[in-house]
Ligand binder design. Structure first.
Ligand SMILES: N[C@@H](CCC(=O)N[C@@H](CS)C(=O)NCC(=O)O)C(=O)O
Length: 201
């Protein structure tokens, strides 16, 4: 299978970590959807990465669909719990972490526009989602992992989100206010799959 991705996307990183944790071989195709020569729209009408191209040729997007597929494709190690309550909890964590990444990506893009065209209100609205989202995640980690006693997709989504903030917004210094997340991030950083997928600008 092939994964079309960039090396900065937190959504693509989530999928790359799942592939690495499950030890699924794949070809990484780097494609920056903002570039004029991007081929992403041929594979995803929304023009967004990540896109998974299956061996038979079918394509899958977005990242949440891809990780569900990978869980079916290779169930072990299990990253989405079988228990219904835990499964929903993991998906809720994923939605929260992805939502923070979405808000961060919007700010990053807005700041790339000419200063006179940037909306301070729009940036502030997105920043609030990041601040509130980080606070919610910080108070929700109960033990060593986001859900239950084991490593799951929730940890992967959170780690990818925090890594994206480090990459694009180092000045945010989120560790200062969110010690529980900082400790989680340190634990996750020990995993080879996280080390192998650090964002590259
Ligand atoms: N919900 C999507 C979000 C994907 C996404 O926003 N990807 C960004 C890169 S981080 C992208 O491809 N943006 C290009 C565009 O919006 O045209 C997912 O989880 O895969």
């Amino acid at each position: 299978m092939k994964l079309i991705a960039s090396l900065t996307s937190p959504f693509a990183r989530k999928v790359r970590i799942v592939l690495a944790e499950k030890n699924i071989p794949f070809d990484l195709v780097i494609d920056i959807p903002w570039n004029a020569d991007t081929e992403v729209p041929k594979f995803n009408p929304l023009g967004k990465i990540p896109v998974l191209v299956r061996d038979g040729g079918g394509t899958l997007f977005d990242s949440r669909v891809i990780v569900e597929y990978l869980e079916e494709f290779k169930p072990w190690p299990m990253l989405i719990p079988a228990d219904a309550e835990d499964r929903i909890a993991v998906k809720k964590w994923e939605a929260l972490a992805d939502g923070i990444s979405d808000a961060a990506a919007i700010i990053f893009l807005e700041r790339k526009r000419p200063e006179s065209q940037q909306s301070k209100d729009w940036i502030a609205r997105q920043q609030k989602k990041i601040d509130n989202g980080l606070a919610a995640m910080n108070t929700s980690v109960a033990g060593n992992f986001c859900v239950g006693e084991g490593f799951t997709l929730a940890d992967i989504a959170v780690g990818s989100c925090l890594g994206y903030l480090d990459c694009r917004f180092p000045e945010l210094d989120w560790r200062k206010g969110f010690a529980v997340l900082a400790a989680l991030s340190e634990r996750l950083a020990l995993r080879p799959a996280f080390q192998a997928t650090l964002p590259v600008t």
